[in-house]
Write a protein that binds this ligand. Structure first.
Ligand code: ATP
Ligand code: MG
Length: 401
């Protein structure tokens, strides 16, 4: 058994000793069967949340209304969720109410895909009423039960099918695909935050190109933020080899392919509800890319971008020009290293000193002069020390008078 599961066996045993059932379920069981590294080990149990809390000394309520309690075991947090069925689905959304049950099979039957509806007990025995193991071997994504019904219950499952296609390179079964095409419009009812979570996993997938193609061919892209007018651009995006790009670089490339300027990009990324901090990173790459596509790196543009952004930009430029993403990155790194300063804070003058030296009152001129100093230093027209800067400034001011 995978060591990640082994570490958690004492938790299953404790629940069993208290007279309940407990199993490993969900993504970790699927990924283990696939031979992939497993992330979080999730546990499902017949014990009610209050019963789980009584079994363990210390628990954290992280989603009590959904039946989830977290337990810390040897430094690792585990989510233990009571078997549940979902109350009537309304408005094509996951229901807000769930009810707890004692039957594993019923819990597995509300799960989305057969590959995600497999449980494993403490002895490594697999419980697989929907033949998920076969589907994993065949590399097929197939809903538990009729796809049509399952997508009508919760339309997000369509996005999930496509993100698993991108992550695992499994094919989507014919039934599931047909239902996806017929019900794409139901995605309209889903909150952007849930769409974003799945879209980001799609964007990070090894088969991102396939994932984007299915998004286009199924029509699902119509119901994602601000993508409706961009069918051709998405098709183009799906042709680009992106293996070497990280998620922010992939977003930046998408924004570039959609031909958004900085302001439009901002509103596009906001409409996806991406956190402001991440939008900043993506926009910085996009701005750098615009500059870099106009000309080779100049000291000033490299300085403005900063190292990480410049490298991200260069990877994207390489890809757009059909070169391997990592080609000539050392050249950019060397050019960056050669900059006399990397940051404003390395320049040893302040606005106050400028006012003293020139005997002038505070004003907008300070910012302009500091910028000129910065520029002259970066262009190596001026050494980066206080005396040289003072001398240079006094000389400039004489000649401008
Ligand atoms: P990942 O490895 O990306 O976390 P995962 O399969 O664990 O993949 P999660 O979103 O963490 O996906 O969900 C955990 C499990 O909960 C799934 O494996 C599936 O059994 C079930 N599940 C999640 N979302 C849904 C849904 N919308 N409808 C039905 N079952 C779902
Ligand atoms: Mg998971």
């Amino acid at each position: 058994m995978n060591p990640e599961f082994q570490k958690a066996i004492p938790l299953l045993s404790k629940i069993e000793e208290a007279g309940f059932e407990a199993y490993f379920v969900g993504g970790s069981v699927r990924d283990d069967i696939l031979g992939k590294r497993i992330a979080d080990v999730d546990i499902a149990t017949s014990a009610m949340p209050e019963e789980v809390k009584a079994i363990f000394h210390k628990t954290i309520d992280i989603g009590l209304e959904h039946g989830t309690v977290a337990v810390l075991h040897e430094g690792i947090p585990y989510e233990i969720t009571t078997f549940r069925a979902e109350a009537e689905y309304k408005d094509f959304r996951r229901p807000s109410e769930v009810y707890f049950i004692r039957s594993l099979n019923e819990d597995l039957s509300r799960r989305d895909f057969t590959m995600n509806a497999i449980a494993m007990n403490a002895n490594g025995k697999i419980i697989d009423p929907f033949h998920g193991v076969d589907d994993i071997r065949l590399k097929v994504i197939q809903t538990v039960g009729k796809a049509e019904d399952r997508f009508k219950e919760d339309a997000l499952r369509m996005m999930r099918a496509i993100r698993f296609h991108s992550q695992l390179s499994f094919t989507i079964s014919e039934d599931t695909m047909n239902a996806l095409i017929r019900n794409a419009h139901l995605l309209e009812h889903i909150a952007v935050e849930r769409k974003l979570a799945e879209f980001e996993k799609l964007l990070s997938g090894v088969n991102i190109n396939g994932g984007i193609r299915v998004l286009v061919n199924s029509g699902l892209f119509h119901y994602l933020p601000e993508l409706l007018p961009y069918k051709q651009q998405l098709i183009h995006f799906a042709e680009i080899e992106m293996a070497a790009l990280n998620i922010e670089e992939r977003w930046a490339l998408l924004v570039h392919i959609l031909k958004k300027d900085a302001r439009e990009a901002q509103s596009f990324l906001k409409s996806w509800r991406l956190p402001g901090k991440r939008i900043k990173v993506i926009i910085a790459i996009q701005n750098g890319l615009d500059l870099r596509l106009q000309s080779a790196w100049q000291p000033l543009t490299l300085y403005q971008c900063g190292y990480d952004t410049a490298i991200s930009v260069e990877k994207i430029v390489n890809i757009l020009n059909g070169r391997p993403a990592n080609a000539h990155l050392e050249g950019v790194a060397d050019q960056y290293q050669d900059l006399p300063v990397k940051n404003k804070s390395e320049i040893p003058v302040t606005g106050n000193e400028l006012m003293q030296w020139l005997d002038r009152q505070a004003g907008a001129w300070i910012k302009t002069d500091l910028q000129s100093i910065e520029e002259a230093i970066i262009l190596k027209k001026l050494p980066n020390d206080k005396e040289s800067i003072k001398e240079w400034l006094l000389k400039c001011n004489q000649s401008s008078e």
